[in-house]
Write a protein that binds this ligand. Structure first.
Ligand code: 5GP
Ligand code: MG
Length: 173
């Protein structure tokens, strides 16, 4: 595995404290809604694991996997490599994402879900990375806001490495 220098951005203790707070908020807002949580793989596996550990209300969980082909001039196209397996008609859907950068992926996916007749679609994002936002997208629950930089750890990868780190780091590439 190649070595890169990295600096600590969010220690595990702070991440878990914040994820607990987010779950407490969701417990209140979704107490009578029996939400369907849809995680965007792969980066979300840690966040989804911890969020659902703290959540106490009844809910269901599914995952999608999106692949983006980034062209040199545009945002590229997105393909659903693994789709939602639930019928979302009439459901209160909460999309759970690790990090939002340009906003393109989330905007594209939310549009898809709305076309399928969900009662309500909201988003729960661990990190809102603001500097390169080109596509405005709804962010309902946000863990942390960072301005810039490439982050790894707590599920986030660089070329499929670093996902298993318990803290979040800024990677100097
Ligand atoms: P967007 O479509 O918002 O530009 O990008 C969303 C996806 O790009 C995220 O779900 C994530 O997979 C990847 N991404 C964006 N910023 C980062 C980052 O700082 N670190 C990592 N590991 N992935 C990122
Ligand atoms: Mg992601």
């Amino acid at each position: 595995m190649p070595e890169y220098s990295k600096s600590l951005v969010l220690p595990e203790s702070r991440i878990l404290e914040r994820v607990g707070e987010m779950a407490a908020r969701l417990d209140i807002d979704y107490s009578d809604k029996y939400p369907l949580l849809i995680g965007v793989l792969n980066g979300v596996f840690r966040f989804m694991g911890d969020l659902t550990r703290y959540l106490t209300i009844p809910a269901q969980v599914d995952f999608v996997r999106l692949r983006s082909y980034s062209g040199s001039t545009s945002s590229g196209s997105i393909q659903l490599v693994k789709d939602v397996e639930f019928d979302i008609k009439g459901r209160h859907v909460l999309v759970v994402e690790d990090i939002v950068d340009s906003g393109y992926t989330l905007q594209w996916f939310l549009k898809k879900l709305e076309e399928r007749g969900a009662a309500d679609v909201k988003t729960c994002v661990l990190i809102d990375k603001t500097e390169r936002r080109t596509h405005e997208t709804r962010l309902d629950y946000v863990g942390f806001t960072v301005e810039e930089g490439f982050l790894v750890g707590y599920g986030l990868d660089y070329n499929e490495d670093h996902r298993l780190l318990n803290d979040i780091y800024h990677l100097e590439v």
